[in-house]
Design a protein around this ligand. Structure first.
Ligand code: WQD
Length: 347
């Protein structure tokens, strides 16, 4: 089975590629390197012993995608490609709507023309907006999201439902992730955002290695046990395995299916800090700050459906993810330092 992974050099994409290769899938990666680095390809090869075929392409360009599909016999697609910074999307809505939707239009046109019937979509719990109640099930109402980024996920899910209606032989898995964290145990893959991280764990990682001074905890007056926001933090290696299970599900011709991929457990910001300190032995200085716009007090997944229909169950804890994420950050910081040292010596 040949699987096209768009955005396959990114954080979740690269971990999923490793899991696909370990499950004997043939993987082709397409990535425009907008928010990823080409050396992730070497690292995937180092971990798996396999170097997937790679095309540096812009997935939103339908001519480029058409050419790729004419050259490669694709059986399934997992689509990670897309802009995903919530805050940036509020400032640049047109860039987000155009890019994220054009990627899907280019892929769907290629699927129709080249008779590709299996599609896995990287969606997000953000489509649930401000939840009426938790845990969130796949039947919880999809609401208009709190950001253009989230809104692109809502729109693409709607487009997928319309495509499934006209293509009865298409198999589509919509996977709604909660909060992916952690890194690969090899310390070769992990989350390495450009600039100051927006998300909690990458920020804490930078504090832990001394690149940032202290964490700001956004809000301690939420209606939660300790007043801080609650989320469902899922280890990225568990999440990657969830994609392989979803792909296997599509081989049974289910049509369009939707799954939450989470741990089923909510963890507050203060509990994450405690878990991080326990896992790494490193104190994380923090101070309380005002709430962040767009944040919801609490969201975490009901994992019943994914467990029952995919056999999906998380194997790693938040503590495991904290330690793996820290080890990746420490190794990455070391690699960058060595690179600078080596470059300086050649000057
Ligand atoms: C988690 C908690 C913050 C940073 C976002 C997207 C979602 C998905 C995952 C793509 C919240 C608190 C955070 C900090 C803090 N992305 N926090 N200080 O907002 O739940 O989800 O990323 O699919 O779509 O919305 O994740 O990590 O930013 O925040 O106190 O410096 O940590 O208030 O309670 P979020 P997050």
């Amino acid at each position: 089975m040949k699987v096209l992974v768009t955005g396959g050099l990114g954080f979740i994409g690269s971990h999923t590629v490793v899991s696909l290769i370990e499950n004997k899938y043939e993987v082709i990666i397409v990535d425009n390197l907008y928010n990823s680095k080409i050396d992730v390809l070497d690292r995937i090869e180092k971990i798996t012993g396999v170097r997937p075929k790679f095309y540096k392409l812009d997935c939103s360009n339908s001519e480029e995608m058409d050419k790729l599909f004419s050259q490669e016999k694709i059986d399934s697609i997992i689509n990670f490609a897309g802009y995903k910074a919530v805050g940036e999307s509020v400032k640049k809505p047109l860039m987000y709507y155009e890019n994220n939707l054009d990627i899907c239009f280019a892929l769907f046109k290629a699927m129709e023309k080249y008779n590709v019937k299996n599609f896995v979509f990287s969606s997000s719990a953000t489509v649930y907006g401000l939840p009426d109640k938790v845990p969130l099930t796949e039947e919880s109402p999809v609401k208009s999201a709190t950001s253009p980024y989230g809104e692109t996920k809502v729109m693409i899910e709607r487009i997928l439902k319309d495509m499934a209606f006209v293509h009865k032989d298409w198999n589509i898995a919509i996977l709604r992730y909660f909060n992916p964290i952690g890194a690969h145990k090899s310390t070769l893959l992990g989350e390495d955002p450009n600039g100051i991280p927006n998300n909690l764990l990458p920020y804490i990682n930078k504090v832990a290695v001394g690149e940032l001074k202290e964490l700001k905890v956004y809000g301690n007056d939420y209606p939660t046990p300790d007043g801080t926001g609650i989320r469902d933090y899922i280890h990225v290696v568990d999440l990657a395995r969830g994609h392989v299970l979803a792909l296997k599900k599509l081989e049974t011709n289910p049509g369009l299916v939707v799954y939450n991929l989470g741990t089923g457990k909510g963890t507050s910001v203060l509990e994450v800090i405690k878990a991080y300190e326990k896992a790494t032995g490193i104190k994380i200085p923090f101070e309380f700050a005002p709430r962040r716009d767009g944040d919801v007090p609490e969201n975490y997944a009901s994992t019943e459906k994914a467990e029952k229909e995919l056999g999906f169950k998380c194997q790693y804890s938040v503590e495991d993810a904290c330690l793996d994420g820290y080890n990746f950050q420490k190794a990455e910081t070391e690699r960058v330092k060595n690179l600078i040292h080596k470059t300086a010596k050649t000057l």
